[in-house]
Design a protein around this ligand. Structure first.
Ligand SMILES: Cc1cc2nc3c(=O)[nH]c(=O)nc-3n(C[C@H](O)[C@H](O)[C@H](O)COP(=O)(O)OP(=O)(O)OC[C@H]3O[C@@H](n4cnc5c(N)ncnc54)[C@H](O)[C@@H]3O)c2cc1C
Length: 261
């Protein structure tokens, strides 16, 4: 048994091609919007603002005769014109990819229930052998000596059975076909616990992130997924502060002012 901690690595984020953006805006008379834009590290926010403003050509007053006034402050625009108005579709353009490392099958099974706006690549336990079971124990469990002794004993017994099966099926013998290894390894994983730590690459757009952060940090959510989504929420608040500034955090629960944007 190997004790592990669930970890989150943010591995990909949106990047704007400002030259192409400038070329387009020049075509439609929107140069002034780009000149005012902070091109710092806020590409996700810039993309969301761009997506919102393309809808009404609201780069500056008068381009569209129906638009007499435009909001120039990005934070106010994103909170008042996008979040508060539930104009959430513009948030779907910006996606972020996270490696969720050492999270259990309990957590991955709950996570895959969230469908729109996500992409998933999950470690295959049809291929990966489980002779040394990685397992997360929350602090309260680690503090319980009797529980830990019994849990370790049970996991060691499972690992021993995995090793026995591998030998019994001759998986490491010369010339065993790959499909045979896959077939038997898939059978063997049925004897692994739901708490076995595994990993996935999980990509989600900002609209989905807002909804899943709320749902999965809720006090009623499972403790491991709450821990993981607390980390994701912190990362997202740093990446796109204006799009996550309406949350209040109470005992680890992220509660948005504007729900289901
Ligand atoms: C605390 C907690 C406890 C839970 N307990 C259980 C449980 O006991 N048993 C269980 O089975 N599940 C349980 N779940 C999972 C839950 O029922 C949802 O399946 C999961 O949270 C996915 O969220 P979602 O339904 O909002 O869908 P998502 O896939 O996250 O979709 C986001 C939103 O898009 C819209 N949407 C998505 N798909 C459709 C569609 N097909 N039709 C119309 N609108 C759609 C909805 O507005 C939806 O809220 C629990 C979840 C939480 C957070």
């Amino acid at each position: 048994m190997k004790t592990v901690q669930p970890e989150v690595f943010l591995v990909a984020r949106p990047q704007i091609d400002y030259q192409q953006l400038a070329a387009y805006l020049h075509e439609v008379g929107g140069d002034s919007w780009l000149q005012k834009l902070d091109r710092g590290d806020l590409d996700a926010q810039n993309l969301a603002e761009f997506a919102g403003k393309i809808c009404y050509r609201s780069w500056e007053p008068g381009l569209n005769p129906n638009v007499r006034r435009v909001r120039t402050d990005q934070e106010k625009y994103l909170t008042q014109a996008i979040l508060a108005q539930q104009h959430g579709s513009v948030l779907e353009h910006a996606s972020f990819s996270f490696v969720l490392h050492n999270i259990s099958r309990v957590a991955t099974h709950e996570l895959v229930r969230h469908r729109p706006g996500v992409a998933i690549s999950q470690e295959s336990l049809r291929f990966v052998r489980l002779a040394d079971i990685p397992f997360w124990f929350p602090d309260w469990a680690q503090a319980d000596a009797e529980l830990m002794k019994r849990a370790a004993g049970l996991l060691e017994q499972m690992e021993e059975f995995q090793r026995w099966m591998a030998g019994h099926f001759g998986l490491d013998d010369e010339g065993v076909a790959f499909h045979e290894k896959k077939h038997k390894t898939s059978f063997m994983r049925r004897f692994a616990p739901d708490g076995v730590a595994t990993g996935m690459l999980w990509t989600a757009n900002i609209r989905t992130l807002r909804h899943t952060i709320e749902a999965r940090t809720d006090p009623g959510a499972e403790e491991e997924i709450r821990l993981v989504f607390g980390k994701i929420a912190e990362l997202m608040r740093a990446e796109a502060p204006a799009l996550f500034s309406d949350y209040t955090v109470e005992d680890g629960a992220w509660i948005p002012r504007w729900r289901k944007v």
